[in-house]
Design a protein around this ligand. Structure first.
Ligand SMILES: [Zn+2]
Ligand SMILES: [Zn+2]
Length: 159
């Protein structure tokens, strides 16, 4: 049987001794969702957290969204959701201002992304993962060349 490119990419990833990053959410030890093996493209959250967040299966305690243990089979601890409901560039720290007011995002949550500040999708430390709207995310990626496949932080096998 001929292996697909995705299967080959997965094998190479594991053969190199790489491990899937752990979910960015504090208290969660699941591995992240794989977006596409072909590009070693991973999300920042595990499937259970993504599901709980989207279905609003959490309590808000002191401003933090907490998924209580047992909410989903695979969530064993109280888990703090890392993703914000607004663009974290609301203070202009990327060097340009977010054009959308912070309080307008609640009806457009699907337009918020989790971005790895250093462009390394394996670096899932909470400090390295920020919530940006698609406008700010696109501009940041363009300016920093996050998606430049020649960058050393990107995977280095040909497809
Ligand atoms: Zn998780
Ligand atoms: Zn923004």
């Amino acid at each position: 049987m001929k292996s697909s490119k995705a299967q080959l990419a997965k094998k190479e990833f594991l053969d190199k001794g790489n491990k899937l990053p752990i979910c960015v959410n504090d208290g969660c030890n699941n591995t992240v969702v794989v977006r596409e093996w072909k590009y070693w493209s991973f999300k920042s959250e595990c499937g259970s957290c993504t599901d709980c967040r989207k279905r609003k299966l959490y309590k808000i305690i002191q401003g933090e969204k907490i998924i209580k243990k047992g909410t989903k089979k695979t969530i064993k601890n109280d888990v703090i959701i890392h993703k914000k409901d607004f663009c974290e560039n609301n203070n202009g720290h990327l060097g340009f201002s977010c054009p959308v007011k912070t309080n307008l995002w609640s009806n457009f949550l699907e337009s918020l992304d989790l971005d790895h500040i250093d462009g390394d999708h394996m670096n899932n430390k909470p400090k390295n993962v920020k919530t940006y709207c698609k406008l700010c995310h696109n501009r940041k990626s363009k300016e920093t060349g996050d998606w430049d496949s020649n960058k050393p932080s990107r995977r280095n096998i040909d497809i």
